[in-house]
Design a protein around this ligand. Structure first.
Ligand code: FAD
Length: 341
């Protein structure tokens, strides 16, 4: 079989990182990225980009941990290289605080981040309303620079990128041998996945360069995540809400909640409001499927549904998607040699 032609649909963190893993593991493939939006207009651009895993109820913990570790290792290497600033990847230390001691004092990812430990009494004094806390160092992606860095790497390897809305994956069958579906919440309409639902998130991106440590309420709702240029203040988790319009009442609420954790934020300037729809599902859909019409077949690899944790596991799931693509190629090669016999 000639070089397989692969279309990756979607240009958020999942589509771009999956395309990159495919190029790395299958250099003979001809890869094209098709997407109706690119950075800075994707959900991935809105994210805080912190590497703190979210738990997928439908996936074994050891698998989630493996995805997280692979992602951490990959980004840690970038953070230690001269690429770090262009890629927007940096280490950040801080605290996750709880109003009462959580059931699980050691989350499954505690040995995958750096220096995880209970907070000291002196540290806890900074948060008088909280009883318990964990201190650790993790990585943060500044999302738009990271997406641009991924795009740049893809273009350097000859990957083509086109602006295109795909209405039906089947429409790609005449031009591509294999399609990889990384459309995030777009998969709800594109493949009619009723298990996929939006969890709306509103965040503020503010100028507050004195804030250097992250602070996260253990309930996951209120957080302060410093990036290279801006601090992300969050947030909301509104299940089944499709609204992309910022809500001013929510903006004030987020700001007040964050100021109660870090009062100096009252001096923050240049507040920008962003909204994104987390592509949520009980489990990420990482799966092969073969579409078929009139005896013609189109292998598809799905990689979507990363919910609140797409940045935290993107490299791990991209590697797995590239592996599934390898299986599709092997199956295609088997069927084409079978046809010749
Ligand atoms: P997207 O970024 O939405 O990309 C989907 C792509 O598919 C887009 O390019 C879109 O244009 C394209 N597309 C869709 N349908 C079609 C179609 N029919 N035809 C062509 N193209 C199509 N995760 C973390 O790990 N850490 C965090 O700190 C974090 N913070 C977050 C904060 C907020 C407020 C939000 C909203 C999310 C946050 N997330 C975080 C989650 C993270 O943003 C997502 O898991 C991740 O961005 C999903 O990436 P994706 O590439 O699947 O989706």
């Amino acid at each position: 079989m000639a070089a397989p032609k692969v279309a990756v649909v979607g240009a958020g963190v999942i589509g771009l990182s999956t395309a990159l893993c495919i190029v790395e593991t299958c250099p003979s493939c001809s890869v094209t990225v098709l997407s109706d939006q690119f950075s800075p207009n994707t959900t991935s651009d809105v994210a805080a980009g912190m590497l703190i895993p979210h738990t997928y109820p439908g996936i074994p913990i050891h698998v989630q941990k493996q995805w997280f570790k692979e992602t951490f290792t990959y980004l840690f290497a970038i953070s230690n290289s001269a690429e770090a600033s262009e890629a927007g990847i940096h280490l950040v230390s801080g605290w996750q605080v709880f109003k009462s001691t959580p059931k699980e004092e050691l989350p499954f990812w505690s040995d995958a981040v750096l220096g995880f430990r209970p907070m000291s009494e002196a540290e806890l004094q900074k948060f008088p309303q909280y009883q318990f806390g964990q201190a650790f160092t993790t990585l943060k992606c500044d999302c738009p620079p990271y997406l641009l860095w991924l795009e740049k790497r893809l273009k350097a390897t000859g990957v083509q990128m086109y602006n295109r809305k795909v209405s039906d994956l089947w429409e790609l069958h005449s031009d591509y041998d294999i399609v990889v579906n990384c459309t995030g919440i777009g998969a709800h309409q594109l493949v009619g996945d009723k298990k996929l639902f939006p969890v709306r998130g509103q965040v503020l991106k503010v100028y507050a360069p004195w804030v250097k440590n992250f602070i996260r309420d253990g309930d996951g709702l209120t957080y302060i995540y410093p990036g290279i240029h801006r601090v992300t203040l969050g947030g909301t988790r509104e299940k089944e809400s499709w609204s992309l319009s910022p809500d001013p009442v929510t903006t004030k609420d987020i700001f007040d909640r964050c100021c109660s954790l870090e009062p100096s934020l009252r001096e923050a300037q240049d507040i920008k409001v962003k909204v994104g729809l987390r592509p949520s599902r009980q489990c990420v859909r990482l799966q092969r499927e073969v579409l078929s019409q009139g005896g013609v077949k189109l292998p598809v690899v799905h990689n979507y549904g990363h919910g609140a944790g797409g940045f935290s596991v993107h490299r791990g799931t991209a590697k797995e998607a590239a592996h599934l693509l390898g299986e599709c190629i092997a199956a295609l090669q088997g069927s084409s040699s079978g046809a010749k016999l």
